[in-house]
Design a protein around this ligand. Structure first.
Ligand SMILES: NC(=O)c1ccc[n+]([C@@H]2O[C@H](COP(=O)([O-])OP(=O)(O)OC[C@H]3O[C@@H](n4cnc5c(N)ncnc54)[C@H](O)[C@@H]3O)[C@@H](O)[C@H]2O)c1
Length: 332
């Protein structure tokens, strides 16, 4: 029989429901909720038919009173590091929403705490579990990659940024399209192509000046140690949201094109998901459920969860280097 862990969720906003669904599907025991706005906890309990759970506005009180086996951190970006460190220091496993940190200083603190802790740290980069991506990775790596390209072209308007004070700010969101929406796709590119050694990048906010401080558009060129390279483009300034794309030029001179719903090699469709899979927020399908199930499998079996701190730190290092570049090369 599957082992059920006692799990608390901190932050009951927009993404929380994906975690609740994933936990229910993985047959874990949700033992408590935390949000500074208690009506959010009530909303979640009602929406998912949960029993009357203990609720907290202070996450430290929750950690000390409930002593859960694991916590899911679904709060604004600037809180991830302090909440992760507090849980790991108490020997509580952490599944943290992306990004795991928004500065080098936070990154170092989280990685040090993960190293010291008896508990595991996992980061929610669920697109690594998408079947399309797994096939693309296998194919691209077996044939060898000469060049690659990724793009994220989405719409995020002033109403979206008004939905949370933390959004659109350097201090609390830690950046714009790169640290939030495009992080997943850049992570997949480096996961498949390998960690680059150099980046040259430009960022801009041409669409919503006066509304957000952070970038809504970014472009970057990454050079890899083996002489290959990859390019990246991301914007939330488009009038519509399109599926994110990954493209690979293989050593065989074939072109591989991956998106959430399909994988195409030189015009031949190798894999296609049902057209019922939505774009936009659901663009990458059921990844949360797959990732959460794997997280508890790993903890139950006492083996390392694959998207651990050091692994999740790679894309943060790339994004922080993009922010620091301003058109000049940065070594990674
Ligand atoms: N993996 C994905 O694809 C994905 C998708 C969407 C969001 N996210 C991530 O999930 C996180 C949350 O995003 P969201 O869209 O749900 O944001 P949100 O603003 O809708 O929800 C955040 C919640 O945290 C609560 N909160 C704020 N400060 C708190 C504190 N000190 N203690 C407890 N609760 C607190 C807020 O009241 C709010 O209910 C972000 O890191 C975001 O990047 C990930």
């Amino acid at each position: 029989m599957k082992q059920a862990f006692r799990v608390a969720v901190i932050g009951c906003g927009a993404i929380c429901g994906n975690h609740i669904q994933g936990l229910l599907s993985a047959e874990q025991q949700i033992c408590a909720l935390c949000d500074v706005d208690l009506s959010q906890c009530e909303r979640i309990m009602e929406k998912y038919g949960l029993p009357d759970l203990p609720v907290y506005t202070d996450y430290l009180q929750l950690l000390d009173a409930e002593r859960p086996d694991a916590v899911h951190i679904c709060t604004p970006h600037y809180l991830h590091a302090e909440m992760t460190v507090a849980a790991l220091e108490r020997g509580i496993h952490v599944l943290c929403e992306k990004p795991m940190a928004i500065s080098h200083e936070q990154l170092d603190r989280v990685l040090a705490a993960a190293k010291r802790s008896t508990a595991q740290l996992g980061v929610c980069m669920q697109n690594r579990y998408e079947p399309t991506i797994l096939r693309a990775k296998e194919l691209a790596q077996s044939e060898g990659i000469r060049a690659a390209y990724g793009d994220v072209v989405w719409k995020r308007d002033a109403d979206y940024y008004a939905s949370g004070d933390w959004r659109g700010t350097w201090r609390e969101e830690g950046g714009g399209v790169m640290i939030n929406q495009a992080l997943h796709t850049l992570d997949l590119l480096q996961w498949i192509c390998g960690m680059p050694e150099r980046v040259v990048a430009h960022i801009a906010n041409d669409h919503l000046p006066g509304v957000i401080e952070v970038e809504d558009t970014a472009v970057a060129h990454f050079s890899c140690p083996n002489g290959s390279s990859f390019h990246f483009f991301a914007t939330t300034a488009c009038g519509a949201t399109f599926p994110a794309h990954l493209r690979f030029y293989l050593n065989s001179k074939k072109k591989l094109h991956a998106e959430a719903s399909q994988l195409i090699l030189d015009g031949e469709v190798l894999f296609s998901k049902s057209s019922g899979d939505a774009h936009g927020k659901a663009v990458w399908g059921a990844g949360h459920t797959l990732l959460i199930s794997d997280f508890y499998r790993c903890i139950g079996e006492g083996i390392p969860f694959p998207i651990h701190g050091e692994e999740a730190a790679k894309v943060i290092r790339l994004i922080l280097a993009m922010y620091g570049s301003n058109g000049a090369p940065i070594s990674l």
